[in-house]
Design a protein around this ligand. Structure first.
Ligand code: GRF
Length: 294
């Protein structure tokens, strides 16, 4: 049941526990305050008392759960939960898909083959956003941490196979079937075949842990990048988010952010600083791209 709730609400295990606590405490608080308020009035026949009590707790309950959700850190979840309930009950009007400036829901596929910390940040960033969905995690390593993230988050994962992938368009139907609008490479090491780039022109972005055009290209990934930056005596490094073209780490640059390289830095220390930059900026840049209509 816990797993089903994770998938339904698109949250992690800890959040399910916090949400359930909020429901329980919010419910008890509603009953308690409801009875106290009812005691203030002398309502005649029993049936009327019951009707008024039901109406009162119906009004109190949303306020109580919103209040309790604040210390549990689940306020955003409950705001969107109550909105959904309101829409279902016809209290809040439903937006037609495609109406106004909102447009249809954007579907993102994240390609990753590592720990997936960037994937997790992107998932967290869009968790309460009803206009954006992380629809698929694509991965080429069965043991990659990102697959565990996909499982925890209830996001479908596609484990791809090398020969088929480099055949070019083998996985395009799977992406099209999910109506993917944007492909985000977050620690994906295989070169993207031309057929896939052509199927998603200007809709594939990558993050690279250095300031391109320096320290990019084949073999420049992970600690190799940071080791090269340190060995060259650079005083600064950073991150680059760029469109993907036929060459490694080469497409047009969308965004860069800089961090210092200190004397005595190791690749591990620099990697940590770079990861912080990535986590801070990558989800926001992805959102800006979607807003621009990518
Ligand atoms: C990031 O440093 C990214 O720049 C690079 O691969 C790393 C992925 O890290 N392309 P994680 O798997 O998201 O933690």
């Amino acid at each position: 049941m816990f797993n089903r709730l994770q998938q339904k609400w698109k949250v992690n295990g800890l959040q399910v526990a916090l949400i359930l606590c909020t429901f329980a405490i919010g419910g008890s608080l509603t009953g308690y305050v409801g009875r106290k308020l009812m005691n203030l009035f002398d309502i005649g026949p029993e049936w009327l008392w019951i009707v008024v009590y039901i109406l009162l707790v119906t009004l109190l309950w949303p306020l109580a759960v919103l209040l309790v959700s604040i210390p549990f850190g689940q306020f955003r979840f409950f705001v969107s939960y109550l909105k959904k309930m309101g829409k279902r009950m016809g209290i809040i009007s439903r937006e037609e898909p495609g109406a106004g400036s909102q447009g249809p829901v954007k579907q993102i596929a994240i390609f990753a083959s590592g720990a997936g910390s960037n994937a997790q940040k992107i998932i967290d960033h869009f968790r309460e956003n009803e206009r954006v969905k992380i629809a698929l995690i694509v991965c080429n390593k069965p043991e990659a941490g990102v697959l565990k993230i996909a499982e925890n988050e209830g996001i479908p994962a596609l484990l791809i196979e090398k020969e088929q992938f480099f055949r070019g368009n083998a996985y395009v139907p799977a992406l099209k079937e999910k109506n993917i609008n944007l492909i985000v490479l977050a620690g994906f090491l295989w070169k993207i075949p031309v057929a896939l780039i052509q199927a998603y022109p200007g809709k594939i972005v990558n993050i690279h842990p250095a300031l391109l055009p320096k320290y990019g290209g084949k073999g420049m990934y992970g600690q190799f990048v940071h080791a090269a930056v340190i060995a060259a005596g650079e005083k600064e490094s950073g991150i680059t988010i760029h469109y993907v073209d036929e060459h490694y780490d080469h497409g047009d640059i969308i965004f860069q952010a800089i961090c210092p390289v200190f004397s005595g830095d190791t690749p591990e220390l620099l990697a940590k600083r770079i990861h912080e930059l990535e986590h801070k900026h990558f989800p926001v840049v992805v959102e800006e791209l979607l807003l621009r209509g990518v």
